[in-house]
Write a protein that binds this ligand. Structure first.
Ligand code: SF4
Length: 316
């Protein structure tokens, strides 16, 4: 691990002033960034510890729940308002990582975590995301975990956050000290620049996440399919908010994880469901709409049917 400077910021102004410089990164729980630095994947001259900033807590505001960016995953998952009004969020958080990591990791850090692509995390392998222009080892390599939708010729890594998938279905907003960003606009597609992952600028600080309280959010669910029951990332996942009236789908918001570089929403899936009875035919049509245009690779073609079955399961 390279030497670096460490500063514990006690005021937001201090953190923002320090982080405006290149080579400076915020650190909160440190559950991802420290591993990346130890493995030589990321190099930072200066870490600014923001744990002392007043950015924790869950606040029931007017028509929304405000989640402080430094709130720990376990605290948010167990919050009664979150559990009751948006169960998909609580379920997604509890499906993530291990109890120890959930007690340590912050919501902001969870959104900013890097991909689990093993070539990205092995500093000896070519990887356009870690070293732009070096190539993508996954496209012709071991790509079982990689994207079937939304990838590019430069990168097919998936985003690992369960939280981000739930927040996408919930239509949340990421709030920084400068602006409000719809979660749908927060992550960048890989294109030719997979090293650029979010719209955040150098030194921009996530302060909270706003989640609208809606009747639809109350009837929500998260399903995660993974290789083992704990401390594992999604092979595929589904966050579903669906309202039925007399057996007919009146509202639907769905987001998917494990299949794309960003939390994946497909208006075509929702169109295939809305206005139709929730039966075998509409679920099949929604599944077909979901994987239209999919580009499976040598080792991950199974995801095409797996995500359709996960969708059917979560809707049943
Ligand atoms: Fe790197 Fe992306 Fe290719 Fe993985 S999929 S090796 S992260 S460029």
């Amino acid at each position: 691990m390279d030497d670096f400077l460490y500063t514990r910021a006690d005021r937001p102004e201090t953190a923002l002033r320090l982080a405006a410089q290149p080579g400076v990164r915020f650190i909160a729980g440190g559950t991802d960034v420290l591993n990346l630095m130890k493995d030589g994947v990321e190099h930072h001259d200066h870490l600014v510890d923001i744990n002392a900033l007043p950015l924790s807590g869950v606040r029931d505001a007017d028509g929304r729940i405000e989640l402080g960016a430094l709130s720990r995953m376990s605290d948010v998952a167990g919050n009664p308002a979150v559990r009751d009004r948006m169960p998909v969020l609580s379920q997604a958080l509890l499906a993530a990582a291990s109890p120890q990591v959930r007690n340590m990791a912050s919501l902001g850090g969870n959104l900013m975590q890097r991909t689990r692509c093993w070539y990205f995390r092995d500093a000896s392998m070519p990887c356009n995301k870690r070293q732009p222009g070096s190539g993508c080892s996954a496209i012709r390599g071991q790509n079982r975990w990689h994207a079937i939708l939304g990838g590019s010729d430069h990168c097919i890594a998936v985003h690992p956050s369960d939280l981000a998938v739930a927040l996408t279905a919930l239509d949340a907003t990421v709030v920084t000290h400068q602006r409000r960003i719809a979660i749908a606009d927060f992550y960048l597609p890989p294109g030719a620049t997979p090293h650029l992952e979010t719209v955040l600028r150098q030194g921009e600080l996530i302060t909270r996440i706003d989640v609208p309280v809606t009747p639809l959010a109350k009837i929500s669910r998260y399903l995660k399919v993974r290789d083992r029951a704990t401390f594992e990332f999604a092979v595929v996942s589904v966050a579903a908010l669906v309202r039925l009236d007399d057996g007919v789908v009146h509202e639907a918001r769905l987001a998917f994880g494990g299949i794309a570089p960003q939390p994946w929403r497909s208006p075509a899936v929702e169109r295939a469901l809305i206005g139709r009875p929730l039966d075998e035919a509409s679920i099949k049509a929604a599944g077909e709409a979901l994987v239209r245009g999919a580009v499976p690779r040598e080792h991950n073609a199974f995801k095409v049917s797996l995500v359709q079955r996960a969708l059917a399961e979560v809707l049943s």
